[in-house]
Structure formats: C-alpha cells, structure tokens
Design a protein around this ligand. Structure first.
Ligand SMILES: Nc1ncnc2c1ncn2[C@@H]1O[C@H](COP(=O)(O)OP(=O)(O)OP(=O)(O)O)[C@@H](O)[C@H]1O
Ligand SMILES: [Mg+2]
Length: 261
C-alpha cells in the first residue's frame, strides 16, 4: 500500500528523519514507536505532504506521492490525525467531521454558490455520511455539542471521525491514546481494531508499548531519525538496541536499584 525509501528530512543542522525505508502492507496495523524527538511525527508530516522530504521517495497505492501537495495525497486516500488535537473547538462535532469531506464531493464550489439542487443533495450526503461516521466512532447523540466541550478522549474520536469520513485507504494516527486512562486506552484499541476490520490500513504512532504489542501486526522503531528495527512486535521490543533506546544503557546504579526492588 505504501513504500518509503531513503526518506530524509533536515531542519537546519538537525536531521530529523534519516534515510528511512518503510513498507506498509494492505490491511495491517503497523506500529511506529521510538523515544521523544525520534522523528515519528515528522515522518507522518512527510507522508502526508506537509513537509517535502530532502531525499528519498514515497509511493502510495503504486504512485509516487513525495512531490504532491497534501490535498492531493488526502484525495488519493491517505488521512491522518494530529498529536496535538486540531479541532474547531467552538464548532459542533458534526461540522468538525464534515470538514473531513470538504473537497471530496463532485458538484463543487460554483454549484454551492449558485445554490443548485445538486449542491443541496451533496450537502445532505455529506451530513449523512458524517453522522454515520460519528456513530462508528461511538459518539452518536453528541453531534450538536461543541467539539471543545468534549472530554479529551472523545475529542480524539472526533478527529478520527473527521479522518475516517472519506473512507481512506490508509489512516495515520499520531498518539491516539495520549493522556488517556486505562479504560479509554482499551476503548481506543477496540475502535482501531474495528476500523481495520472494515478494511482500512492503519499506521499508529504510540508510546504505550503494551498496547502496541497487543494491537499491531508489525512494529517499526525510530531512534534519532533512523529506523533501527522492524518486524513482529514481541521480537522487536525485546531487541537489545530497542530496549537501550528506551531505557538508556543499563549502568551499575540501575542494576543495583533493580536488584533491591
Ligand atoms: N518544523 C520543525 N522545525 C525544526 N525542528 C523540528 C520541526 N519539527 C520537528 N522538529 C525536530 O525534529 C525532531 C523530531 O521531532 P518529531 O516531532 O518528529 O519527533 P517525535 O518522534 O514525533 O517525538 P514525540 O514522541 O515527542 O512526539 C525533534 O528534534 C524536533 O524538535
Ligand atoms: Mg510526535
């Protein structure tokens, strides 16, 4: 579904993503993990066309996309959520989700301006589709509430609904469980599994390693902008270089403390 090769992004003297190759297979849930500042979000920003890579190639569904603007990549079927929730807080849940369908429909701007019947029908379709997606993410009955009045966890659901409304082939989720309690994490896990069950391929940036190993088919690890491991979750997180990236090199003091606990 997606193939990245040698993808590199520099910010001044900092190489945030360094020669990363990654394949995403149709129908899988792929976990992307790594310490803070590893380049995970930057990699999503490159995939979705927010940043142009300084090097490397990306193909999506067999077509090169690394030179395309974001809206074309979205239209090709790649949608994402943001690490820092980006909703129109004053607007309703429904209107926030409708934003995800903007530009996806046929009759376009002129029809909307002229108030033609096709535009009206289109508006009704967008609303119906948005309502169905809101129900899918478990927010039925909350459509008219201001997005900003929802709990943090529910706001993340609204973001997912906005990305999901257009029925993307590939959904990129940037830390969907950040700030959630254990029960909410479990609900989010179930939701992600259900989305994949309907045929959407998913890449998930996540710090919760237990969730990643339970949910993902494969895991890739980024450290200092480089991919250091990739494969079956249990074996990847057991690799010494992955453990070291998360915990630092075990030193005598840490071992002594561990021995006493
Ligand atoms: N627009 C930017 N300009 C300059 N530096 C940036 C920019 N975006 C990211 N960086 C830097 O690139 C590096 C990678 O950041 P990135 O946000 O991709 O990491 P991350 O793996 O998503 O981390 P986290 O787990 O904390 O979200 C960091 O050092 C960050 O400060
Ligand atoms: Mg990030």
């Amino acid at each position: 579904m997606l193939k990245a090769d040698g993808v590199t992004k520099r910010f001044g003297g900092l190489t945030a993503v360094n020669g990363v190759g990654l394949e995403v297979r149709k129908g899988e849930i792929l976990g992307l993990i790594g310490p803070n500042g590893a380049g995970k979000t930057t990699f999503f920003n490159i995939l979705t066309g927010i940043y142009k890579p300084d090097g490397g190639t990306i193909s999506f569904d067999g077509r090169p996309i690394h030179a395309l603007p974001s809206f074309r990549i979205a239209r090709a079927g790649m949608m994402r959520t943001f690490q820092n929730i980006r909703l129109l807080k004053e607007e309703s849940v429904l209107d926030n989700v409708k934003v995800g369908l903007f530009g996806k429909t046929g009759s376009g701007l002129w029809a909307a301006i002229l108030g033609l019947r096709s535009a009206k029908r289109e508006e009704e379709e967008v609303t119906a589709r948005s309502l169905a997606t809101i129900e899918r993410v478990g927010l039925k009955g909350r459509e008219r509430e201001a997005a900003g009045s929802l709990s943090y966890g529910d706001q993340r659901r609204v973001e997912i609904a906005r990305a999901l409304a257009s029925d993307p082939k590939l959904l990129l989720l940037d830390e969907p469980t950040a700030g959630m309690n254990a029960a909410e994490v479990q609900e989010m896990t179930d939701l992600i599994r259900a989305i994949r069950g309907k045929g959407t391929t998913i890449v998930l940036i996540e710090h919760n390693v237990a969730m990643v190993t339970g949910l993902c088919d494969r895991v890739a690890v980024l450290v200092h902008g480089e991919k250091i491991a990739d494969g079956e979750p249990e074996s990847v997180i057991a690799k010494p270089e992955v453990v070291e990236a998360y915990l630092g090199k075990p030193d005598e003091e840490v071992i002594a403390v561990a021995a006493h606990s």
